[in-house]
Design a protein around this ligand. Structure first.
Ligand code: TRP
Length: 480
């Protein structure tokens, strides 16, 4: 008799992590990304610093960490893609298989996020190559530790971003390059692709992060940066800021799109999941804080505006890399760092729909990864055209909270403000109320007290907090 796996072909061949450490690296890699290094500092800067940071940390602790554990647990019990895993948990809990819908919504959200994530990562790729060129030029001048953009005015340096955005072909090329690398790694599989990439890229990431932060502590304005990030001015806490902090916590931990269900399904071994989840949530939050302490000292030392928003990293920092000693080198390493972080995250975004195609449609990994990578690439073209050919197009402009947003910001806003919170809400109701408690406790490996605390947070705190934020975030008029 042929074994079940062989009979069903490669589409169902079991894949898995080779160790717990490999899973943690891959999951931290998924969590740490543009969200930590580009989005977090931009949001913290725009939202006034400390108060935002505090709310963000509270959301991570009270909602984020419990939900990370919830997603990983579903995956490990189900041992297949998100939809199949939720169905399995539902079946064992005598709940409706209809709950698997949030796995499907998650796969769609991951696909949508991937489409614009790759465009932004393309900007990073472009700046890495520009800074690489500046480094080569500095070495050519016999001054490898010199600054970048020798002899250029601030306007000239900053005009690069406008030039890039005005050039759809350049944007397209970078987007294609980034998506191509993501597709290549995911199509190679969990062990030979995702895990291998994480074991090389994550150590490189941490070395770069710590190196640049130490550099900033010496060369930048560290005290102003810590004061900005860690002194809370509560007058700045508006419902919008709270909404943004929740969205950022979910996005940064890769929650709400079933990404951790998918990664959790590749865990083969038994053993508790509480410590593993805490490690992931803590590492992600630490990286966001350190990224703030890496970027803001440089921003303040150069006298730049911390509230630069999305352009902070791309327009403000290059100016700082001109004046600082070693600026060309540090600038190059800085964009390399963001590139590495973005790559391990985009891999996880592509893996969610890829696993769905494998598990539910019975496609091979190669076919599934190719279809979704190509699809996200094509959709991403709309985002990048929004900066030039389709400038002024605002797809959800009729909805007040999305009014005036370009295509990329609309997809970012819709996934982040609507789809992620909705996904998390369904996840928390399912795990908090529907899933069988005995099965959950056995799989999470939590002690009685911790288990009760966890289930309370998931059952009550998550749906209520997310529900309120969703309500007021989507209908700001309710607050009068
Ligand atoms: N967490 C990643 C970041 O901070 C982005 C990301 C990867 C993500 N996978 C996700 C966001 C799943 C939401 C859902 O950059």
């Amino acid at each position: 008799m042929v074994s079940k796996g062989a009979a069903m072909g490669s589409a169902s061949a079991k894949e898995g992590w080779s160790s717990r450490g490999a899973f943690i690296l891959a999951a931290v890699g998924a969590a740490v990304g543009l969200g930590n290094i580009w989005r977090f500092p931009a949001l913290a800067g725009e939202s006034g610093g400390g108060a935002f940071v505090l709310v963000y940390i509270a959301f991570v602790a009270l909602l984020g960490l419990p939900l990370v554990l919830a997603e990983i647990t579903i995956g490990r019990i189900g041992q297949t893609d998100a939809v199949g895993s939720i169905k399995e948990v539902a079946k064992r809990s005598q709940a409706s298989g209809g709950w698997s819908a949030f796995g499907g919504i998650g796969a769609i959200a991951a696909f949508l996020i991937l489409s614009f994530y790759s465009v932004v990562a393309g900007w990073v790729l472009y700046y890495a190559s520009v800074m690489g060129g500046e480094l080569v030029a500095a070495i050519g001048r016999g001054d490898p530790l010199g600054g970048a953009f020798a002899g250029e005015s601030v306007d000239q340096i900053q005009s690069r971003m406008g030039d890039l955005f005005g050039n759809p072909w350049l944007l397209l090329g970078m987007h294609a390059g980034f998506m191509g690398v993501t597709w290549f790694i995911v199509s190679r599989g969990v062990h030979a692709g995702i895990e291998k990439a994480a074991t090389y890229l994550m150590p490189a990431f941490f070395v770069l992060l710590i190196g640049i932060t130490i550099y900033g502590a010496f060369e930048g304005n560290f005290s102003e940066a810590t004061a900005f990030l860690f002194t809370a001015d509560f007058s700045k806490l508006t419902p919008q800021v709270i909404n943004a902090a929740l969205g950022q916590a979910l996005f940064s931990l890769s929650l709400g799109v079933a990404g951790l269900i998918t990664y959790g399904s590749y865990i083969r071994r038994s053993g508790g999941l509480g410590g593993t989840s805490a490690t992931i949530a803590l590492a992600d939050t630490m990286v966001a804080m350190v990224a703030g302490l890496m970027i803001f000292p440089i921003v303040f030392a150069a006298g730049l505006d911390p509230a630069g928003g999305p352009t902070l990293v791309f327009q403000a920092l290059p100016v700082a890399f001109q004046a600082m000693p070693g600026g060309a080198l540090i600038g190059f390493l800085f964009f390399l760092l963001i590139f590495v972080a973005a790559l391990t995250s985009s891999i996880s975004l592509l893996e969610v729909p890829t696993a769905y195609g494998k598990g539910e449609m019975r496609w091979t990994r190669f076919v599934s990864a190719s279809i979704f990578a190509l699809g996200a690439f094509i959709l991403g073209i709309a985002s990048l055209l929004g900066y030039n050919v389709w400038a002024g197009v605002s797809p959800l402009g009729f909805w007040s909270i999305f009014e005036g947003l370009d295509i990329l910001d609309t997809i970012d806003g819709f996934t982040g403000r609507v789809m992620l919170p909705l996904g998390v809400m369904l996840l928390s109701i399912f795990i908090g109320w529907k899933a069988d408690a005995k099965m959950l406790q056995a799989s999470t490996g939590l002690s009685n007290t911790t288990f009760r605390l966890w289930r309370f947070l998931v059952a009550w705190v998550c749906p209520i907090a997310v529900g309120l934020v969703l309500l007021f975030g989507l209908f700001p008029g309710l607050l009068g």
